[in-house]
Design a protein around this ligand. Sequence first.
Ligand code: HEC
Length: 125
Amino acid sequence: MKRWQLMMGVTAAIAMGSMAALHAEDDDAKAKHSVKEIMAKCMKSGLCKKVADGKASAEETANLVAMLSELPKNEAPKGDADSWKKKTAAVAAAAKAVAEGKDGAAAALAKAANCAACHKEHKPK
Ligand code: HEC
C-alpha cells in the first residue's frame, strides 16, 4: 500500500470512530426530562423531600433516582456550567445513595436538594 493510501485509511477510520463516539455520547447525554419537568415531579411534588425523610416507598425512591439522574444531562438554564454540574451531580448521587441504603444519604440528599441555593444561581427569573 502506498503511504498516502495508508494515511487516508487511518484518517477515515479515526473520523468514523469519532463520529460513532459522538453519536453514542449524544444519545446518552441527551436528557430524557427537562429541568422544569424534574422540578415539578421531584421537587414541587414533595417527592424528593419524602425520600429524604425516609417516607417514600422503594418504587418512589427508584423513580426519584431515575428522574434526578437526568438533571445533570440538562444544560444550566442560567449561571456557571461547572457549578451546575456539581450541584446536579450531587443531588443525583445523593438520591442514588438513599436508594442503596447508604448511611447519611438522606441527610446528604436534603442538603443537596437545597432549593434556594440552586435557584439563586441557576434559575432564570
Ligand atoms: C440543582 C439545582 C436545583 C435544585 C436543588 C432545585 N431546583 Fe428548582 N429549579 C432549578 C432550575 C435551574 C430551575 C429553572 C428551570 C427552567 O427555567 O428551565 C428550577 C425551577 C423550579 C420551579 C419552576 C418550574 C417551572 O416550570 O418553571 C419550581 C416549582 C422549582 N424549581 C421547585 C424546586 C423546589 C421546591 C426545590 C427544593 C425542594 C428545588 N426546586 C430545588 C434548579 C434547582
